[in-house]
Design a protein around this ligand. Structure first.
Ligand code: NDP
Ligand code: PYC
Length: 344
């Protein structure tokens, strides 16, 4: 571990992952959950996703203290020969449920050309791109979405109805990294709002309103008022779609029900997730190789003009982390070490 700029440390990835696992073990989680959760949290910090890196260990601790998450439940995978795979997470955290469902999702997608993984009854705290990258590693395209807690007002309103409802997409590419985008349908992710609240810094403009419905950049005021969807009515419609597709459609809760269930505990949201996978070989047939080439031509047309592809920043951060160690905020790191009984 070494100091970098003020307030940041650089930690080798293996050491960071070990510290995360130790902190999660300290919460009493079963080892299979520890391993799956640590993989997504370490990946988040490695890729410089501050809202979904080691900060999530604190979210998980709050969730465990709230007493509703099952620390040991083994997910139950159900497949009936169709293109649908269902996983009941049994009120445990979601990463293990995803990992348990993934092999069957890949198999049904190869068999049918498309596949759906419906995860239900999970506590969800993570970014979606780690899951998307695990699917593109099978040579499949993927789309994932999940509700959260009702923090976001519909366009034209000022009372929360939707969650921050991320949508993530992945496209397999030749070479080591796929094309991935992954974003909250809110103007800012709740995790970023919470980081602003921790540091006492204002939000960017247009992220939310206070309890009286007035625009505000105060993270505390917006947390007790409502966040906004990104892009006005368009982001609002996408957020609504996520509630329907990854909530009502798969027989699980919407963000409103998740927040009611939370009852002020401040735990991670509890609901479902929908993940769709597509096999380019089955869908494109003999033209799938040509399709891949034309996709690459399009990516070239983007980057040739100086624009960047989504995830490029993340992949660059990943390379830097692997080369030089992962940059971690010192205060958060010390809090996490303290949870594991370690010293900074
Ligand atoms: P960002 O706004 O940081 O990034 C959104 C996407 O756009 C990323 O793929 C990013 O790539 C890409 N991007 C950003 N700037 C550019 C640019 N100039 N040109 C091209 N692409 C660009 O994401 P959010 O803050 O909205 O979300 C952060 C994370 O929070 C997500 O991973 C999401 O899954 C997670 N989240 C999870 C929730 C849950 O309920 N589990 C709820 C809400 C959010 P890059 O990363 O390379 O910058
Ligand atoms: O950042 O909005 C968010 C979020 C919600 C649940 C996990 N992350």
């Amino acid at each position: 571990m070494s100091a970098t700029t003020a307030g940041a440390l650089r930690v080798p990835l293996d050491e960071l992952a070990g510290r995360i696992r130790a902190a999660l073990r300290g919460l009493g989680l079963a080892e299979a959950h520890v391993q799956a959760m640590a993989r997504v949290i370490a990946a988040g910090q490695r890729d410089a996703c501050q809202s979904h890196g080691i900060y999530r260990v604190l979210t998980c601790a709050r969730t465990v203290r709230a007493g509703k998450v099952d620390l040991h439940a083994e997910p139950v995978v159900e497949a009936d020969g169709s293109a649908v795979v269902r996983v009941d997470a049994r009120h445990a955290f979601s990463p293990l449920a995803f990992e348990r469902g993934l092999p069957m999702l890949a198999e049904v997608t190869r068999r049918h050309g498309v596949g759906a993984l419906a995860i239900r009854h999970c506590f969800h705290f993570s970014a979606l791109w780690p899951e998307i990258e695990m699917i593109t590693a099978h040579g499949l395209a993927a789309l994932a979405m999940t509700p959260s807690h009702a923090w976001v007002a519909p366009a034209g309103g000022h009372k929360p109805v939707f969650g921050t409802n991320p949508i993530a997409f992945g496209w397999p590419r030749p070479g080591p990294t796929p094309l991935v985008f992954d974003f909250a349908t809110s103007a800012i992710a709740r995790g970023d709002l919470e980081l602003h609240r921790r540091t006492g810094t204002p939000l960017p403009p247009d992220c939310g309103v206070d309890a009286a419905g007035h625009p505000s950049t105060d993270p505390v005021a917006v947390a007790s008022g409502a966040m906004r969807a990104f892009g006005g009515h368009k982001g609002s419609a996408l957020a609504m779609m996520v509630e329907l597709m990854a909530g009502a459609l798969i027989g699980d809760w919407t963000s409103r029900e998740s927040l009611d269930f939370d009852a002020g505990a401040g735990a991670a949201p509890c609901h479902g997730e929908l993940i769709l996978a597509f096999d380019p070989v089955r869908l494109g047939g003999a033209d799938s190789v040509d399709g891949q080439r034309r996709a690459e031509d399009m990516f070239d047309a983007i980057t040739a003009q100086g624009a960047r592809l989504p995830s490029q920043r993340r992949f660059e951060a990943r390379e830097r982390s692997l080369r030089e160690g992962v940059t971690v905020p010192a205060g958060l790191y010390r809090e996490m070490l303290a949870m594991a009984g370690g010293v900074a």
